[in-house]
Design a protein around this ligand. Sequence first.
Ligand code: SAM
Length: 215
Amino acid sequence: MRNDTIRSIVRAYDDPVVRAYCWARFLVLRQRFLEEIGQYLPPSGPVLDIGCGFGLFSLYYAATGPGRVVRGLDLSARRIAMARRAARRLGLENVAYELGDARDFKGDSEVAAAYMLDIVHHVPPESVPALLAQLRRCLAPGRLLLVKDVDTRPAPKRWFTWALDRLMAPRTPVHYWSTEELTGALERAGFGVRRHLMVDLLPYPHVLYICEARR
Ligand SMILES: C[S@@+](CC[C@H](N)C(=O)[O-])C[C@H]1O[C@@H](n2cnc3c(N)ncnc32)[C@H](O)[C@@H]1O
């Protein structure tokens, strides 16, 4: 059933290169990992996807949680246009996309949860604390921010991830955070942090940070 959801999402994109990219992303964040992440999402309410890219995962979490209203934000106009088109094709009305820079994000309305999948390492590191503080503002105490990113260790896995990032987006800067650094930044922004290791056969140093808004 959920594999069918993934297939129908990929088919909602016309461009064969984008489809290939989507298959690659769903291979990296395959169903098992989507469920590991998704178990922390509420079944209903507004959910933010910061750095949503082509919209793959917002489409997935909207399709598998019809009570959610997922709002995706990304810097790339092309990706946002493709995400909107894919949502229309899939007939999903509980997902919306917005063009914007995460560095300008203002947490001015409350959400039930927020997530960032492989985006923190693309945001200039000096802008990350302000972004985390804004995300904290739109989550009531006890609500969750989920951050999936990559660790700096072990070094060979970091090099592998760096090579792929260079291949996929050669002009996008990257800065990887160690788990200690990112945990510290999340705690300073007002979150209690648990880490969930996403063990992979592929050489990715994935880490999922489950961040609970503190009182
Ligand atoms: C590796 S992709 C991940 C996309 C999506 N979260 C996923 O997992 O497939 C990184 C995304 O971050 C977006 N991005 C990078 N810097 C950003 C910023 N400052 N504000 C919003 N989006 C940004 C890029 O346009 C790109 O779509």
